[in-house]
Each structure stands twice: as structure tokens, then as C-alpha cells.
Write a protein that binds this ligand. Structure first.
Ligand code: PNS
Length: 170
């Protein structure tokens, strides 16, 4: 068995449009559980994102690099198509998702069930969002910022800057 086969590769997929402190907290904690964590940034051609793929990836990368709590076993990669095909391609053993409120459960339950049918060897595990980040959502962060509200406590400073800059241009 080679070294790579022995390592537990975790995949944390999402839209990250943009990354929030809640996502960052999950990245931090997940990176301590697996040997190698891939943050998979989804590109769905039918979805209109606020930030481009490059911007979303860059904001995650910068937020990770500037955060001492995140270990150096994290990589940020783009993926399109089926999540489970991508998970197989990168040899992920587990998919990690964050759970905030009960309202997340239905969607996550369905997605996990269907993904398990596609490949039952890849487990999905859930990390509860920490108390501080329970309610943060990328959608509301964008809305609050667009309405000139304070978003400092919800997102990394790189994201705050990027959001303000982008909203000024629009
Ligand atoms: O952060 P999000 O938007 O909740 O992430 C959702 C994501 C990207 C994980 C989900 O939409 C996904 O897995 N997309 C890839 C397409 C896919 O595999 N669809 C079937 C899901 S059962």
C-alpha cells in the first residue's frame, strides 16, 4: 500500500460565494480530522454566482493563508459536474459538510442519501457550526453589505474588502 492510500483525504465542497467565518471554522476543524483536506469550489453553469470561480478560490486561499488556526494540509480546488465523481477522482474518503440550523437538515439529508447511492464507500460527515457562526449565510452577508450593514463579524477581512469593492462597481 502506498502512502497516499493510507492517507485520509477529506473533501469540503460548497459554493463559497463568498467564504464566511462559518466556512472557515469548518475548514479549520475538518483539517484537524483528516490528513489532507480539499476545499472543493463548485461551478454550476446554471447558477449565477456573485463572485467568479477565480475570485471565490482566491478569497478562500487568502482567508486560509491569513488564518493561523488553519493547518497547512488544505488545498483549494475548483470542480464542476457531479460531486461524487470528483470525490472519486481525488480519492476522498469522506465528504464534510457544515450543519447550522435544523433548516439545513432536509437538504443535507437528501443530498447525503443520494450521494451515498452513487458511492456508498464515501461517507458524508457533518460538523455542527460553532455557536458563534450558527446563523451566518453567504446570501445574507451579501444582502447586508449591499444595504450598507456591518459584516465585519461574519466574514474574513479579505472578503469584506472584496464585497465592498465589488458592490461599489455594481
Ligand atoms: O454551499 P452549497 O451551495 O450548499 O454547496 C452545494 C454543493 C456544491 C455541495 C452541491 O450543490 C453539489 O454537490 N453540487 C455538485 C453537483 C451534484 O453532485 N449534484 C447532485 C447532488 S445529490
Amino acid at each position: 500500500m502506498n502512502n497516499r492510500a493510507l492517507k485520509t483525504i477529506g473533501l469540503y465542497p460548497g459554493s463559497f460565494d463568498p467564504i464566511t467565518n462559518g466556512h472557515l471554522d469548518i475548514i479549520q476543524r475538518a483539517s484537524r480530522i483528516v490528513d489532507h483536506l480539499i476545499v472543493g469550489v463548485a461551478e454550476n453553469k446554471k447558477k449565477a454566482y456573485f463572485f467568479s470561480m477565480n475570485e471565490r478560490k482566491e478569497l478562500i486561499q487568502d482567508s486560509i493563508s491569513n488564518n493561523k488556526e488553519v493547518s497547512n494540509n488544505v488545498n483549494v480546488e475548483a470542480f464542476d459536474g457531479l460531486l461524487m465523481s470528483y470525490a472519486e477522482k481525488i480519492k476522498a474518503k469522506v465528504i464534510i459538510r457544515g450543519l447550522r440550523a435544523i433548516s439545513d437538515f432536509d437538504y443535507e439529508f437528501q443530498m447525503t442519501g443520494m450521494n451515498a447511492r452513487l458511492n456508498s464507500n464515501i461517507e458524508t460527515i457533518f460538523l455542527m457550526a460553532s455557536e458563534k457562526h450558527q446563523f451566518i449565510s453567504s446570501r445574507f452577508v451579501k444582502e447586508i453589505c449591499a444595504l450598507n450593514g456591518e459584516i465585519k463579524t461574519f466574514v474574513p477581512k479579505e472578503v469584506e474588502k472584496a464585497l465592498k469593492k465589488k458592490l461599489q462597481k455594481k
